[in-house]
Every structure is written in C-alpha cells, then in structure tokens.
Design a binder for this molecule. Structure first.
Ligand code: NAI
Length: 327
C-alpha cells in the first residue's frame, strides 16, 4: 500500500473548508487511499480550525492518516502532493477592485513562493479562492521551479451547474450529459457552451433548439448562480464549491472518463485564440495527472464573441496585477 496522499487546504476554517475537509477525509477524492491533511489558516482563525479538527477526529475516518494545522505556508505545504488553495480575501465594503487584487496578490504570491520551496515534486495546485484564475496566475508566476501545468483554477462548479441546468431543461439525467465546456474566467463573463455539449450523444444545442433560452436563460442562470445562492441562502455557495473542488482534483489526479472531457482553467498556449499565458477555462482531458486541452472543436461566431469577451476580462486582470508588480 502506498504512502498517504498529502493534501493541503488553505482557508480551512472557512465555509468551503467545513464541507471540503470531511469529504476529503471520507474518501471522495482518493477512495481507499490514506489522506494526510495539511491545513493552513491565518492566525486569528486557528482556534476555530482546532474545533474543526476536533470534529474530524470525532468522525473516526478510517482513511484519515493525520491532520496538521498552522499559519506558516512553508510548514503546511511541506511535501504536499496536492494543494487546494481555497482561502482568499473577500471584497469588503468600500474595497476597490485594485484593493482586492492586491490583497489576494499578497496571499497568492506568498503561497506560490512557499509551494515552490517545499511542496513535493509531483505537486498539483488547484485554486478555488477568487478571483481564481488570476490568483492561480499569480501563484504560478511566483513558483518558477514548479511546472506551469501544475496550476489550475476552478471552473468545475460552473461546469456542474451547466450540466444540472441542461439536465433540467431536457429531462435527461445528469449522467446523460457529456462534453460540457465552460470557457474563460470564473466570473459572470464565463461562457457555458452548449454547441459542443451532448445529451445521450446528441448535440445539446440542436436538441434544445431554442437560442432565446440559451442566451437569455441558460447562460445567465449558470453565470449568475453564485449571486442567486447568496440571495437565497444568505451566504455564498460552499458545499457545492467544495464538491466541485473535489471533482476537479479527482479527475486531474485519476483521469477523466473515457470519451468525455471536463472544464478546467489552465495555462493557455494560444489554443482557440486565447492569449498565451492566461489561466483560462478550456475543455480538457486528463491522464496520469496531466491535462490536455481538447483541440479542434467548432467555434461559431456566437461562441467566438462570448469567448473573446471573457478572455478580454482575464487579460485586463493580468494587466492590473502586472501593474501592481505581482507578476
Ligand atoms: P470564507 O470567508 O468562509 O473562508 C475563507 C477562509 O480563508 C477564512 O477562514 C480565512 O481566514 C481564510 N484565509 C484568508 N486569508 C488566508 C491566508 N492568507 N491563508 C490561509 N487562509 C486564509 O470563504 P469561503 O466561502 O470558504 O470561500 C473561499 C473562497 O472561495 C472565496 O474566495 C470565494 O469567493 C471562493 N469561491 C470560489 C468558487 C469557485 O467556483 N471558484 C465558488 C465559491 C467560492
């Protein structure tokens, strides 16, 4: 039997952490393989995190090899095979966009440097904390010894939301839906693409045959789902974000299903006209812990416009963090 998979989670005492840790420990990521949790928080949240660890203990999870907590990224990231960067600075009252980018820039610069120094050679880094794509870009740029392909940002929640909406519209089961793609930024400009998606092997856009629904209902429902959940629940999506974080990591480490792909925000090499170096969401397959962007998909004029708009937003964010000296 192999050594425990060492998994770091940042922002572990937060809302997403409260769901994520228990699912990681119960086997949702690595089935029967033992997991060692390395939990990072800021100093004021460590007491709350101790309470969460008490609850983890009380679950007596058979596959939880151990838990370490702390506020020093160089200690917590030591030897980790997977780092799930969830903790981020939320936008507070009166905070400008540039304030948000610099606050997060400081966090992801420091964490990128620490990972570069102490993570395991095979480390994979998934960024959930927002603005996820640009935070991943900052961490990647600050970890020069870790291959760029080891960084990704989470658009799997958007992907899962799109599958769920399409299933509801067509009366299909979620398992009947394949080849879903989210393009671009994890933000309201993201583009969920039905033209390449399939329902039981049939083209989703043709099956739905309703451009009005696609443009005025489907895309905005998926893109603004986060706001709808805040409105209904009084807090942002947490359990679903944790679930998507696990789906993304599991498929990355253990492979996407044969004949299908998933959405992941990864470094562009110019595929589909996405500016090189941006961390942008694409259709990807994975195998042996490595991802490959699915190439050669058809991009209609409608899709082109949507992809260009979300990629322009990513380029703006990159420009802003470059001007702030973060990358
Ligand atoms: P939360 O505010 O409940 O928890 C965040 C935690 O991060 C807090 O406990 C905080 O102390 C911690 N933290 C802050 N700075 C840190 C640092 N430097 N090192 C370690 N920990 C630090 O927030 P929640 O709801 O858990 O969400 C976390 C992030 O995930 C947010 O940025 C949110 O916008 C993002 N998110 C992303 C989604 C996606 O699909 N990509 C979906 C939902 C949320």
């Amino acid at each position: 039997t192999s050594a425990p998979l060492k998994v770091a989670v940042t922002g572990a005492a937060g809302q997403i952490g409260y769901s994520l840790l228990f699912r990681l420990a119960s086997g949702a990521l690595a089935a029967d393989r033992q997991i060692q949790l390395q939990l990072l928080e800021i100093e004021p949240a460590l007491k709350a995190l101790e309470g969460v660890v008490m609850e983890l203990d009380d679950c007596a999870f058979p596959n939880l090899a151990g838990v370490e907590i702390g506020s020093d990224p160089e200690k917590i990231f030591d030897g980790v095979n997977l780092a799930l960067l969830v903790g981020a600075r939320p936008r507070g009252p009166g905070m400008e966009r540039s304030d948000l980018l610099s606050a997060n820039g400081a966090i992801f610069t420091a964490q990128g440097k620490a990972l570069n120094k102490v993570a395991a050679d095979d480390v994979r880094i998934g960024v959930t904390g927002n603005p996820a794509n640009t935070n991943a870009l900052i961490a990647m740029t600050n970890a020069p010894d870790i291959p760029d392909e080891r960084f990704s940002a989470l658009t799997r929640l958007d992907h899962n939301r799109a599958i769920s909406q399409l299933a509801a519209k067509t009366g299909a089961a979620v398992t009947d839906i394949t080849h879903m793609t989210i393009w671009g930024n994890h933000s309201a400009t993201q583009y969920p693409d039905l033209f390449n998606a399939q329902v039981k092997g049939q083209n989703a856009a043709e099956l739905v045959n309703d451009q009005e629904w696609l443009e005025s209902t489907f895309i905005p429902t998926v893109a603004k789902r986060g706001a709808a959940i805040i409105e209904a629940r009084g807090s942002s999506s947490a359990a679903s974000a944790a679930s998507a974080t696990i789906d993304a990591a599991r498929d990355w480490l253990f492979g996407t299903p044969e004949g299908d792909w998933v959405s992941m925000a990864v470094k562009s090499s110019g595929e589909y006209g996405v500016a090189e170096g941006l961390i942008s969401s694409f259709p990807v397959t994975t195998s042996g812990g490595d991802w490959t962007i699915v190439e050669g998909l058809e991009v209609s004029d409608f899709s082109r416009g949507k992809i260009d708009a979300t990629v322009a937003e990513l380029a703006d964010e990159r420009k802003a963090v470059t001007e702030l000296g973060l990358i």
